[in-house]
Design a protein around this ligand. Sequence first.
Ligand code: PHB
Length: 375
Amino acid sequence: MNNQHPNDPLFEPFNLGDLTLPNRVLMSPLTRSRSSQPGDIPNDMNAHYYQQRAGAGMIFSEATQVSPQGKGYAFTPGIHSREQIDGWKKVTGAVHMAGGRIHMQLWHVGRISHPALQPDGGQPVAPSAIKPEGAKTFISADSGMVDVPEPRALETGEMADIVEQYRQGAKNAKEAGFDGVEVHAANGYLLDQFIKSGSNHRTDEYGGSVENRLRLPLMVIRAVIDVWGKDNVGVRVSPTGSFNAMYDADPVETFGTFARHLNELGIAYIEVVEDSFQGNHANGRPEEVIDAIRTAFKGTYIANGAYTAEEARTRISEGRCDLVTFGRPFIANPDLPERFRQHAPLNEWDDSTFYGGDEHGYTDYPTLKELEARA
Ligand code: PHB
């Protein structure tokens, strides 16, 4: 069966840095909390899951902690131990074997953590000692969701160590066979906490003005470019995101300025979460912020946020974005690009199996071919 419509913008190939993407249907970074314990180690089941999705124009790995301090949830994988690097080699090998491409998303959660998850039971770290009201995490399989406590403010002298955590993560990702890395500066985690005015009340050179709030994120990105080269590096931002108790007083100014700096650094792409989190864009997408980023940044613009195939086609055709990442539809449809190509119906996702557990709700969603064979 071939129902591909002529000139479908989702299937125009695209050159991204060193990679040629066969389609514009990319897989979002998605926390699935299924690494092996102890040690937060990627495993064969994880490799199978990513391999099933290798038809994506490109895959972003789930957010992966660069250090023990960067961990915020039970069962999320890391990229700071020998065992983790070897585990990720299984993932990248499986994706490449299936003809796919994969960037690792480098993560430090900052204040979205808990002493139960921190080295020596320490307090989670943040730009400022501000508790994210209402933010939750889970610390074990049977903990349920627990409140995130007040963090401690990082000392000025600790910034160099944060940069080194990312640099080492970037090196380890290279050793693990990834095609590049995305620096996670979105969704209320450490770098977003520095960027946004609501969570950064510092009075040293890492807080206050926009330039100061961007200082640490830009130091991190320069370190990652040192390791990977600018063509293999991107950044994820969520300018208007409120998830994890986030707020910025002037997202147009903040993220327009960030985009200008990222343009000077020459990174390959910015991925923008164009909503509050998980698809709440009832009032439309934040067009003014999108304009500010598009104007300042000449590299690739990747859009995210509860897109349908039809909206993605329209926005690409109108020049509002170059590529689109899909999250929940990719969880439930390992062959999502093929379904979009054929205008075929989609499997529905089951949100009770998003985080933690086994193959169920992870590697057992059928492809179209499998459904047809069963019929
Ligand atoms: C989550 O684990 O809930 C999570 C992780 C990374 C994100 C957003 C949510 O960017």
